[in-house]
Write a protein that binds this ligand. Structure first.
Ligand code: AMP
Ligand code: MN
Ligand code: ZN
Length: 891
């Protein structure tokens, strides 16, 4: 029914504009039919009879089994089934979807086919949506306004862009706002962005309007404190203490801070009765304030706290940032509009929680799915008592659910969404963009009144339907922000969405490029699409260029970071080319008339085996490798490996212990401090602890074992390093009074810290994740506390509630420690988040990000939130990565 509705309404919409188009065009649109109506009618009739016939088929179970015992029936079923599959394949092909529905070899089961159909449906529906938007004047596939120089080659000026703000004028109105040389707002952030490959931990540290107080993890600095750094506490014990401290808080760390309040939130009676819509004030007569100082923000908060409702919207930038940046917040009351510079006030916005979480104040959003997440991610803001007009529009079954449509429908305002994808980091904001942003909230409270009234009317005055919208809105406010987490399998998820099939070498290239891109994007705080758009990544993987120039040639325009690192990429591609192809793949290549890229001497099997890759082929980083530094049990440096052994061994690694590499190196420098000499003697007295396990010259060790955090060898190698360094440290401590020794201690402590960090980042020891979170929270809290006290100084009437809670932690706090350090991603081990899951369920699992510990709800079809930048991409490449399952809420 819904389909027929929208079909009819679109059609009638089209007729207005098509009245001046000629008949030929119409004929082409539906050959053999008088007009679109006739076609739709015929189509619906066919669908109806097909549905009826399918319902009349013998039911599964006895009935079907009985019929199946007749060979004629069986044959008929098979042939019809094939026909249907063929038909579906054709439709899917037509839409450019993966379509091997009939190929029984490629697809194992019904489930996989079902997935294929679901995916294709998503693609097709997405297209329909785009076309409808296009017909309506919004082109969703339009490129975002982005810095000059990074414009994709084809700039198609399309309807959304062409549409003038005044109605009527259709041509000459388009204008792209080039955001040339926009200063990176991140540079000014007081709290550095945490792009580490660790789960998101809420930023909240003060909880206004709490029924259930904020768990101690967020308020008690003692718990969040890092592991004891006291020199007298052995490292292992310190780790243990820290783990114990945080272990019991894991649940709190990932819970929704307002879960309890939202679970117990009851819609006030007055909000379920029919309102008299209160007309909006004309925009021209409405005061609009730009808020970019703390003082104004505090004043705004005070104002909001006195209201019974206000409207909110956000603008977001995602191209030049890894996680995305909330760039603007618009708030409208019945009387005034406010535009808040959220880049400027990023660390201060948390104060709005007082109004945002007040259950007596309704917060009206339109399509709040992303907004809820962005508020948490950037400001630690939560919403209690949300009303989402997009949900209301759905419940009312309106023709479309975009804000545009509501504005036209209820306010007779011709809105203009051309700035939706503009670069919202631009400052000062051009007037047109301010006007655009205002429109997003200015009319929303009136729409809120209208839809509530209609929801009640629709349901004959019964509050059921309205109540359901409140409930859906509450569910939205319970959403938790999830950080994109890189795992060894992430690339497969993206690959699956492409319509390409890769051979072993291509898939390897894709995997390596994907890892490179993710790492660089986090490091540089850029979106993955900025670093290397997916379609270019696919092109490089498919072509496997032999030369760096070939890589460049795959990209147009060439992404700046790719140009910078083209040599590293070249090594990655080379590594991929070394992969042995399967027989079938070689045959396939021959069929295509290509000479397969094959190295004759290759004897490897596993895709993770790099032991045969020559030193020059070694890529700067690969997800298979841990950033193991000197002094590890097994040297990373293949250079030193016996060349013959390398040639003949395949998976056999030479046993070589370079545990004390650093010291040996130092020994070569003539003068050694006494302590080091002593340490060396002790070390020399050590027998290789693995000797008994080793054959005299070689040991058969899977090379991956040393990188695999779940392997014993890995664990031992890491622990061993810590122990050896500790040993040195003890020695040094004896000589602590002498100056040189002091320096040495410092040095060794540094070493130990390094080793500890590397070790902790392994799966086995999870303290780092918490430390990291604690540190970032601590850093943030500190700043915010300071800011909170400034509020008191700089404003005549500070919020009392806020001050009370803000002052408390300040008094008990020890003096400030080192300021927050951004996570050093280069030290991190990507493997930590992949592969083997700890058997012990009570152990902290970084992959359990945001998992609700109370109710485990993971709907079957739900995809993980990974996605090369996730859903916050607004550039085109990111769009495809968002996957079609995630649909932007209609705005
Ligand atoms: P809106 O709620 O319409 O003001 O949109 C808020 C933000 O979401 C915009 O600033 C964009 O960054 C992003 N956004 C909205 N619609 C899309 C879309 N179709 N594709 C990508 N990003 C979008
Ligand atoms: Mn919005
Ligand atoms: Zn908006």
């Amino acid at each position: 029914m819904a389909a027929s509705h929208s079909g009819v309404s679109t059609n009638s919409g089209l007729q207005d504009t098509s009245s001046d188009t000629n008949d030929e065009e119409k004929g082409e649109l539906c050959p053999g039919f008088k007009d679109v109506d006739a076609f739709v009618k015929y189509g619906l009739g066919a669908v109806l009879s097909a549905t009826k016939s399918s319902a009349a088929l013998p039911q599964t179970g006895d009935e079907f089994d009985f019929y199946r015992s007749f060979p004629g029936f069986q044959e008929f079923c098979e042939s019809q089934g094939d026909k249907l599959l063929h038909c579906m394949s054709q439709i899917m092909q037509h839409h450019g979807c993966r379509s091997h529905m009939r190929d029984r070899n490629k697809l194992t089961g019904l489930e996989e086919r079902f997935d294929l159909v679901v995916d294709s449906n998503d693609v097709i529906l997405e297209r329909v949506g785009i076309l409808l938007d296009e017909a309506d004047g919004v082109n969703r596939s339009q490129q975002p306004v982005m810095p000059a120089g990074f414009q994709p080659p084809k700039i198609v000026v399309s309807s959304w862009n062409r549409k003038g703000s005044g109605s009527g004028s259709r041509s000459g109105m388009f204008r792209l706002l080039h955001a040339k040389n926009v200063a990176r707002p991140q540079l000014k952030f007081k709290e550095k962005v945490d792009n580490s490959n660790t789960p998101f931990i809420p930023k909240i540290f003060i909880k206004p309007n709490a029924i259930k107080p904020l768990p101690p993890y967020f308020t008690n600095k003692q718990i969040r404190k890092e592991r004891p750094e006291d020199i007298d506490v052995p490292a292992a014990l310190a780790d243990f203490i820290h783990q114990q401290r945080t272990q019991e808080h894991v649940e709190d760390m990932f819970a929704h801070p307002y879960q309890y309040e939202l679970d117990h939130f009851i819609i006030p009676e007055r909000l379920l009765s029919k309102p008299e819509p209160q007309m909006y004030k004309p925009m021209a007569e409405t005061n609009c304030s730009f808020i970019d100082t703390l003082e104004d923000l505090v004043a705004l908060n005070e104002k909001l706290c006195k209201l019974s409702e206000f409207a909110v919207d956000l603008e977001h930038h995602s191209y030049r940032s890894f996680l995305g940046l909330t760039s603007l917040m618009q708030i409208s009351t019945r009387e005034e509009d406010f535009i808040i510079d959220t880049l400027e006030l990023r660390s201060e916005l948390y104060i709005l929680n007082e109004a945002f979480t007040d259950p007596a104040i309704v917060k009206v959003f339109h399509g709040s799915d992303s907004d809820i997440e962005w508020l948490q991610r950037d400001f630690g803001l939560y919403v209690v008592n949300l009303f989402d007009t997009h949900q209301a529009s759905r419940a009312l079954n309106l023709a479309r659910h975009s804000l545009d449509h509501l504005l036209t429908h209820f306010c007779k305002v011709d809105s203009d969404k051309r700035y939706q994808l503009a670069d919202w980091r631009i400052r000062p904001l051009p007037e047109e963009m301010v006007q655009y942003a205002r429109t997003d909230t200015h009319y929303l409270l009136y729409i809120y009144d209208c839809v509530r009234a209609q929801l009640l009317d629709f349901n004959h005055g019964q509050p059921g339907l309205l109540q359901s919208v409140w409930n859906k809105s509450r569910d939205l406010s319970l959403k938790k922000y999830m950080k994109p987490i890189y795992t060894e399998e992430s690339y497969l998820e993206l690959q699956r969405k492409q319509k390409r099939s890769f051979n072993t070498q291509q898939l390897t290239a894709f995997r390596l490029l994907f890892a490179w891109r993710d790492k660089l994007a986090r490091q540089e705080d850029e979106s993955t699409g900025y670093v290397l758009p997916t379609h270019m990544m696919i092109k490089i993987s498919e072509e496997l260029p032999k030369e760096p120039q070939g890589i460049i040639a795959c990209c147009n325009p060439v992404p700046p970071l790719l140009r910078q690192q083209v040599n590293e990429l070249h090594l990655l591609v080379q590594q991929a080319r070394e992969m042995p192809l399967l027989k079938a793949e070689i045959a396939a290549q021959k069929n295509k008339g290509l000479t397969p890229i094959k190295k004759t001497e290759i004897t490897l099997f596993g895709p993770h085996d790099t032991s045969r890759v020559s030193v020059t082929d070694l890529h700067p980083f690969s997800p298979d490798e841990l950033p193991v530094k000197q002094g590890t049990l097994f040297s990373d440096d293949d250079n030193k490996m016996d060349v013959d052994a390398q040639k003949t061994s395949g998976l056999i690694a030479a046993a070589k212990i370079t545990l004390f590499e650093e010291l040996e190196a130092q020994n070569e420098q003539e003068s050694l401090p006494v302590a080091q000499m002593k340490a060396r003697r002790i070390i020399e007295s050590f027998e290789n602890p693995f000797r008994m396990y080793l054959p005299s010259t070689e040991v058969h060790v899977n090379k991956n074992a040393k990188f695999d955090p779940s392997s014993k060898i890995f664990e031992i190698s890491k622990r061993w390093k810590l122990q050896s360094i500790e040993q040195q440290q003890k020695e040094l401590e004896e000589k602590r009074k002498t100056k040189e020794a002091k320096e040495q201690i410092k040095k060794v402590t540094e070493e130990r810290n390094k080793a500890k960090q590397s070790y902790q980042e392994s799966l086995q020891n999870v303290a780092t994740v918490r430390q990291q979170a604690a540190e970032s929270a601590k850093g943030g809290a500190k700043k915010r506390e300071r800011v909170a006290s400034e509020v008191g100084e700089s404003t005549p009437k500070p919020s009392k509630k806020l001050m009370k809670s803000a002052e408390k932690p300040q008094k008990t706090e020890p003096p400030a420690q080192d300021s927050f350090k951004p996570f050093d991603y280069s030290q991190s081990d990507l493997n930590v988040f992949a592969g083997s899951k700890p058997k012990d369920n009570t152990q902290f699992d970084p992959n359990r990000q945001g998992q609700d510990f109370r109710k485990k709800r993971t709907p079957k079809g739900q995809k993980s939130n990974f996605g090369a930048g996730g859903k916050s991409m607004s550039y085109l490449a990111g769009k495809s990565e968002r996957g079609f399952r995630h649909n932007w809420p209609k705005r």
